[in-house]
Every structure is written in structure tokens, then in C-alpha cells.
Design a protein around this ligand. Structure first.
Ligand code: AMP
Length: 144
């Protein structure tokens, strides 16, 4: 089987994400592949007619994007991934991961996967959602 050349790792900044980055970087070294990271910022939709919700400060989303970029760059640096291979998108997580995988021609997507049971299994996971539309192989790394 041919090795992988372009690996895309989806990062959500939870406690397990460093382990995930290490794992993806190890795979990239093994296959001599390029590693790219993506984090998706899901837009905060606030209905202005629903006044019980706290008002979000103006520029909140931009701040979130900038802090995500800084966190992603720091994670990437720890594994020798260049800033040019760090992507922060705004939108639905699954769609953003798939679109980026297509854009960069990824041949492997890596996501974290929690062992799910019961209701949370029914509600689905990111790994499950991505698997059904992935344009390439998907590796779900068990993280808990
Ligand atoms: P879940 O089981 O749905 O909580 O998803 C866990 C995995 O999905 C994480 O380890 C990441 O690989 C990926 N993921 C979840 N949220 C995001 C996000 N906002 N941006 C990028 N990847 C994400």
C-alpha cells in the first residue's frame, strides 16, 4: 500500500489535542508526509429578539479566530509544522474539515474519537460525521 503524502489533523483544543498532534506528527514522519492542522470556529448565532441571552461583545468572533490562530500555531510549532500549514476556518466543523481536505489534496484525515455509548452515540461524533463525506482515508484516534 502506498504511503500518505498529505495528512490533515482536526484540532479542537481539548486536553487530548497535544496527544493527537504528537500522533499525527509521528505518522507524518513515518510516511514522510506533509502535516496540516485545522481548527474550526463555529459561528455564534444569537437571536437579537431573544433578550435573555447575554450580549456578546462586538468583535467576539474575530477575537476567537485570532486566539485560535495563536493556539494552533503554538501547537504546530511544538511539532515542527509550519504556520503555512495551520488553518483556522469559520463555519460548521465537519464541512470545514472536508473542504480543507479537498483543497489541500489530503490523503488522510486524522480526528480524535471518544468511545461513545448511549445517547451521545446516537447524537454522533465529529469522527462519524467526517467519515461519511471524507474524500480520503480517515484515522479516528481513540482519545478517551
Ligand atoms: P467529538 O468526539 O465530536 O467531540 O470530536 C472530537 C474530535 O473531532 C477532536 O479530537 C478533533 O479531532 C475533532 N474536532 C472537534 N471539534 C473540532 C473543531 N472545532 N475544529 C476542528 N476539529 C474538531
Amino acid at each position: 500500500m502506498a504511503g500518505y503524502q498529505r495528512i490533515l489533523l482536526a484540532v479542537d483544543f481539548t486536553d487530548d489535542c497535544e496527544k493527537l498532534v504528537e500522533r499525527a506528527a509521528e505518522l507524518a514522519r513515518r510516511y514522510d508526509a506533509e502535516l496540516a492542522l485545522i481548527h474550526m470556529v463555529e459561528p455564534v448565532i444569537v437571536d437579537p429578539t431573544y433578550d435573555v441571552l447575554p450580549t456578546l461583545p462586538a468583535g467576539y468572533e474575530q477575537e476567537l479566530i485570532e486566539s485560535s490562530e495563536a493556539r494552533l500555531n503554538a501547537l504546530a510549532q511544538s511539532q515542527g509544522v509550519s504556520q503555512g500549514n495551520c488553518h483556522v476556518g469559520v463555519g460548521a466543523t465537519k464541512a470545514g474539515i472536508i473542504a480543507k481536505a479537498e483543497e489541500i489534496g489530503a490523503d488522510l484525515i486524522v480526528v480524535g474519537s471518544h468511545g461513545r455509548h448511549g445517547l451521545s452515540l446516537l447524537l454522533g461524533s465529529t469522527a462519524n460525521a467526517v467519515l461519511h463525506s471524507a474524500p480520503c482515508d480517515l484515522l479516528a484516534v481513540r482519545i478517551g
